[in-house]
Design a protein around this ligand. Structure first.
Ligand code: ADP
Length: 555
């Protein structure tokens, strides 16, 4: 077997030779790059080969050296004959370590196939392909590899231009990410849009149904209905309205309805309507509307506002109910009450006269028991007379005929006088009079006494354990207030609302008293006729203070 053992000297000599060759090679490269040399001798498998750079003039060298792409020339074996510094930088090697090396040493494994394909084709035609360069430290650089054959004196070489695609790839990637995001956003927008369209379609259908519902309902109820805007203009009537009025929409829409309100009711209608529009509170009013046959009929109007989520009024929905028949019935009843109470008064008066005659009968001694019976009959008769008088008053009020003469009245005296009979009538009650000063008003003494008597009678009627009743007369600004305070059952806020209405009585099964609910109604009418105010302050179970206030008489 042949021995390959070298002596130290031999190795030293070989090493020196190699170093010399290396220096020579470096000098050659520098010479080529700087343009001093146009030819190169390369030792290949078939001995030394000479390569000359056909157009190796200075200008092209500078271009190639300075360009941003990597430029490499390969021989048939794939060895790098020439490289610019840019390519060396791309693979992160010094230039001298690149030249003379197989180019595929810088190709990443994944691109090996592609590289071979491009190079193979490149020897026949110009061609391009994307590959990944791999440097010693593992850095991968995506590149576009463009091949062109190059005819040199010593044969054909392959010129490779490598364009770094890193930035382009990054941009492409970012673009792709952005595109994906855009696409996603577009999908979401499209989905939302579809959902919105569905919702709008559903809502439109709902709206249509509810509008039809409303129309159907509005046209089938016996009342006339309307809707009006927050400003008051009417923008809808149901069929009944048109049937009743015999007018077309345009004639009574907006504020046109005023033409068919009875002239005597128009002012009040406008006052109450505008007050409701301003306050947003329920509109309720009785008035007369002109029918197609030129007759007026009484109607009860009611309208309520419809509000949005924020509480703003969108529009009002109103109804007008024909109450002509009820009104007629009520008139008939009032008329009957009027006639009946009037008819009752005459026999009552004579009855009272006869009782008084019996009381003063002196000719024979009347037994004590009979005297007591006569007294009892007298007080029952008084009660009956008060009732009949009240009934007569109510019918007079309704007919607008509650008239009385006015004169100067001293309220201190009036209170004192009324209390005198109250103390006599209800001895078990403790009346406290807080009316020391004179207060003069314009009024009818009899009627004002009637009010005070009504207050006192009620205090007695609706008292509980506490028998104290306070009557006070005091000045409040330019008015005088007369009040009656009891400590009885009291009234709730809901009851107070109706207390001055005709025939209103609190329904309380625990506390049944006699009465027709006329007293306070008549009292309110009397005080109104005196241009005064009537009112009550009370809490349920805490007693009540009923009062009236009248303008002080100017002296
Ligand atoms: P009535 O004849 O029924 O007493 P009024 O018109 O005088 O009629 O009173 C109407 C209603 O007001 C009464 O039924 C009663 O429920 C209530 N009321 C009046 N005064 C008082 C009071 N002092 N305390 C409590 N409730 C009262």
């Amino acid at each position: 077997m042949e021995s390959f053992k070298y002596t130290y000297e031999q190795l030293l000599t070989e090493n020196n030779e190699l170093r010399f060759q290396l220096e020579e090679a470096n000098d050659t490269i520098d010479a080529i790059r700087s343009g001093q040399v146009d030819a190169l001798v390369v030792k290949g498998e078939e001995g030394h080969q000479l390569y000359t750079l056909k157009t190796a003039d200075q200008t092209y060298r500078v271009f190639i050296e300075k360009m941003n792409e990597g430029a490499v020339t390969l021989n048939r074996e794939g060895i790098i004959l020439y490289s610019n510094s840019r390519f060396a930088a791309m693979v992160n090697e010094p230039l001298e370590k690149v030249i003379g090396v197989y180019f595929d040493a810088f190709i990443a494994e994944v691109s090996a196939g592609k590289y071979k394909e491009v190079i193979r084709d490149g020897w026949n035609n110009d061609c391009k392909g994307e590959i990944l360069l791999s440097s010693q430290d593992g850095k991968l650089t995506p590149c576009l590899l463009s091949c062109t054959t190059l005819d040199l004196d010593e044969g054909t070489a392959l010129s490779l231009i490598l364009t770094d695609l890193t930035t382009q790839k990054e941009t492409e990637w970012e673009l792709k990410v952005k595109n994906d995001q855009l696409e996603e956003a577009q999908n979401i927008a499209e989905r939302l849009n579809n959902e919105l369209e569905d919702t709008v379609r559903e809502r439109t259908a709902d709206l249509l149904i509810s509008r039809e519902h409303f129309k159907l309902l509005a046209n089938n109820i016996p009342q006339m209905t309307w809707t009006n805007l927050p400003g008051g203009e009417v923008n809808f009537y149901n069929q009944r309205w048109f049937d009743y009025t015999g007018r077309r929409y345009g004639e009574t829409a907006g504020w046109g309805w005023q033409q068919i309100v009875h002239p005597d009711d128009l002012q009040k209608t406008m006052d109450v309507y505008l007050a409701s529009l301003n306050s947003g509170k329920v509109f309720e009013l009785e008035n007369r509307y002109l029918r197609w046959d030129n007759t007026y009929r009484w109607h009860l109007n009611r309208a309520e506002p419809l509000r949005d989520d924020k509480g703003e009024i969108l529009f009002w929905v109103g109804t007008a109910t024909d109450i002509e028949e009820q009104k007629k019935q009520l008139d008939l009843k009032d008329e009957f009450i009027g006639i009946a109470s009037h008819e009752l008064r005459t026999p009552l008066t004579s009855l009272k006269g006869y009782l008084q005659l019996i009381a003063i009968y002196k000719k024979e001694e009347v037994p004590l028991t009979v005297k007591q019976y006569v007294e009892k009959a007298g007080s029952a008769l008084n009660k009956l007379q008060r009732l009949v008088n009240d009934l007569l008053d109510v019918s007079k009020i309704h007919a607008g005929r509650l008239e009385y003469a006015m004169a100067e009245v001293n309220l201190r005296e009036l209170v004192a006088l009324t209390l005198e009979s109250a103390v006599h009538l209800y001895p078990e009650f403790n009346f406290i009079n807080k009316s020391e000063r004179d207060f003069f008003v314009d009024g009818n003494g009899g009627r004002l006494e009637q009010v005070l008597v009504n207050f006192i009678n009620n205090s007695v009627k609706y008292s509980t354990g506490n028998k104290k009743i306070i009557i006070a007369t005091e000045r409040i600004n330019d008015k005088v207030r007369v009040s009656v305070t009891d400590f009885g059952i009291g009234l709730s806020a809901g009851q107070i609302e109706h207390i001055f209405e005709r025939f209103y009585r609190v329904e309380d099964k625990k506390f049944m008293t006699s009465g027709l609910g006329m007293g306070l109604y008549i009292s309110a009418e009397i005080i109104n006729n005196h241009k005064g105010d009537i009112g009550v302050e009370s809490e349920l179970g805490e007693g009540a203070t009923f009062y009236f206030e009248l303008p002080l008489h100017e002296k």
